[in-house]
Design a protein around this ligand. Structure first.
Ligand SMILES: Cc1ncc(COP(=O)(O)O)c(C=O)c1O
Length: 400
C-alpha cells in the first residue's frame, strides 16, 4: 500500500495537479503516461548510503532534474532526510532550488563564466573554483559585492574535464590562501573510472588527490573542512576515498552505476514509468507496422498502441528491441518508436483500452529495469533516466 503525497510535476518542480486523479500536464490535459517516484525508496537508499559511509556526509546530487526524478520535489525530500549538501551541475539548477525556498548548501559542480559569478553570490550558491583565474574572479566579484564567496577548489586528477591539474594544483591552493573574500570550504576531485571492476586507474587518481592534500600538512595549516571525491562507484567500491563527504548520485535513485560495479550497498529503484493502452487492433498477415515498415506480421496478431514516444525520451534506437509489461507479461514493441506512440505485439493475448503498460517497473515477478532500456538503446542507465522528458508528469508516492 502507498500514499500519493504530492502533485505531478512537469517543469522542474512546478506542481501541475493534485494526486489521486489522472496525471495532468501543465496545460490541463490528462496524460495516461507518467513517471512515479517512490520517495520511500529514496529514503531507504539514502539511509543505506549514510550507513555505509559512516562519518562522511552524504551530498545528494540532483543535477539533470534529479536524474529525471524531478528537481524540486526530490530536493525537498533530500532536505527532509537531513542531507547536509546538495549538488547540481549548473547555476540555473541552483537558482531553481533557491527560488523553491531550499536553504541547504548547494554546490554547483560545473564550470562557470565570469559574468555568472554575481548570480552565484546573490543566491548563496557554492562555487567550484577550477583555476587560479576563476578563483581570482570569484574573489574580486565577492569583494565588489561586499560578501564572502563560498568556494570548493576543483582538482583534476585524471578526468581532464574541469579543474586544475594535480601536478600544478599548488598554484590554486596557494592563491586560495591569499583570498580576502572567499571562504574555501572544500576541495574536490572526480573519478573517471570508479565503477569498473579494475580499480587501478581510480587508485592512481586517489593517490594524486592525496598528494595534493599533503600541501596542507606540509604547511601545517588545516585543510578545507570538506574534502570529497567519491561518486556512486567509489561509494560502493573505494571506502578509502570517502573523505569528509561523498557525492551520491545514481545510487540514491536505486540504480547501480554499471553492471560490473560491486553492489556493496543494497538499493532499490525509485522510479517507474507507466502508460496505458489507448488503441487495440488486429493486424492481418504481411502488414507492416509504423514508419519505415521495419517490422511486419507473418500471421494475424493483436497489436496495441501506447501513447509514449521518443518525444518523451523513449529512445527511437529501442525500435524493435524494447519490451513492455501488460497484465503481468512481457511483450515486444514492434516497428519504429514514433515521437508520441509505440505499438506492442500481444500475439493472440487479451488487452483492453486503458490497461496499464509498464515501460520501467515491476509487476509481480516481471520487471523491466532502466538497465534493460539502456541495453536496448545502446546507452547507460544515467541517460535513460535523465532523458525522460519534462512533458512526462512526475507523481510522488510514499509507502505506508
Ligand atoms: C562532479 C560529480 N560528482 C558526483 C557525481 C555523481 O555521480 P554518480 O551519479 O555516479 O554518483 C557526478 C555525476 O556525474 C559528477 O559529475
Amino acid at each position: 500500500m502507498y500514499r500519493l503525497v504530492s502533485a505531478c510535476v512537469n517543469k522542474m518542480g512546478k506542481m501541475a495537479c493534485m494526486l489521486n486523479e489522472p496525471t495532468i500536464s501543465s496545460n490541463g490535459v490528462v496524460r495516461p503516461t507518467a513517471v512515479t517516484v517512490n520517495l520511500s525508496r529514496i529514503t531507504e537508499n539514502y539511509r543505506a548510503v549514510e550507513t555505509a559511509v559512516a562519518s562522511a556526509k552524504v551530498m545528494a546530487v540532483l543535477k539533470a532534474n534529479a536524474y529525471g526524478h524531478g528537481l524540486v520535489p526530490v530536493a525537498r525530500h533530500m532536505v527532509s532526510l537531513g542531507a547536509p549538501y546538495l549538488g547540481v551541475a549548473f547555476l540555473e539548477e541552483g537558482i531553481m532550488l533557491r527560488e523553491a525556498g531550499i536553504e541547504t548548501p548547494i554546490l554547483v559542480m560545473g564550470g562557470i563564466l565570469g559574468n555568472q559569478i554575481p548570480l552565484f553570490l546573490r543566491h548563496n550558491l557554492t562555487l567550484t573554483a577550477s583555476s587560479v583565474d576563476k578563483l581570482t574572479q570569484i574573489d574580486a566579484a565577492a569583494k565588489a559585492m561586499g560578501v564572502v564567496a563560498k568556494v570548493h577548489l576543483k582538482i583534476d586528477t585524471g578526468m581532464e574535464r574541469i579543474g586544475v591539474h594535480y601536478y600544478s594544483a599548488h598554484t590554486l591552493l596557494e592563491a586560495a590562501l591569499g583570498c580576502t573574500n572567499s571562504y574555501v570550504e572544500g576541495i574536490y576531485s572526480h573519478f573517471a573510472n570508479a565503477d569498473t571492476a579494475d580499480l587501478s586507474s581510480a587508485r592512481v587518481q586517489l593517490a594524486r588527490f592525496q598528494q595534493v592534500l599533503a600541501f596542507y600538512e606540509e604547511r601545517e595549516i588545516p585543510r578545507p573542512p570538506l574534502c570529497h571525491m567519491a561518486n556512486s562507484g567509489a561509494i560502493l567500491q573505494l571506502p578509502e576515498a570517502h573523505f569528509d563527504m561523498v557525492r551520491a548520485g545514481i545510487v540514491l535513485y536505486g540504480v547501480y552505476p554499471s553492471a560490473e560495479v560491486r553492489q556493496t550497498i543494497a538499493v532499490r529503484p525509485a522510479l517507474s514509468w507507466k502508460s496505458h493502452v489507448v488503441y487495440f487492433k488486429v493486424v492481418q498477415p504481411d502488414h507492416p507496422v509504423s514508419y519505415g515498415s521495419t517490422w511486419q506480421t507473418d500471421h494475424m496478431v493483436r497489436v496495441v498502441t501506447v501513447p509514449v514516444g521518443y518525444g518523451d525520451g523513449y529512445f527511437r534506437s529501442m525500435s524493435n528491441r524494447a519490451e513492455v509489461i501488460i497484465r503481468g507479461k512481457r511483450y515486444p514493441m514492434v516497428g519504429r518508436v514514433c515521437m508520441d506512440q509505440i505499438m506492442v505485439n500481444i500475439e493472440w493475448d487479451s488487452a483492453y483500452n486503458d490497461d496499464e503498460v509498464i515501460l520501467i517497473g515491476e509487476s509481480g515477478a516481471a520487471a523491466i529495469r532502466c538497465e534493460d532500456l539502456a541495453a536496448w538503446a545502446g546507452t547507460i542507465p544515467y541517460e535513460v533516466l535523465t532523458n525522460i522528458n519534462t512533458r512526462v508528469p512526475r507523481v510522488y508516492k510514499i509507502e505506508d
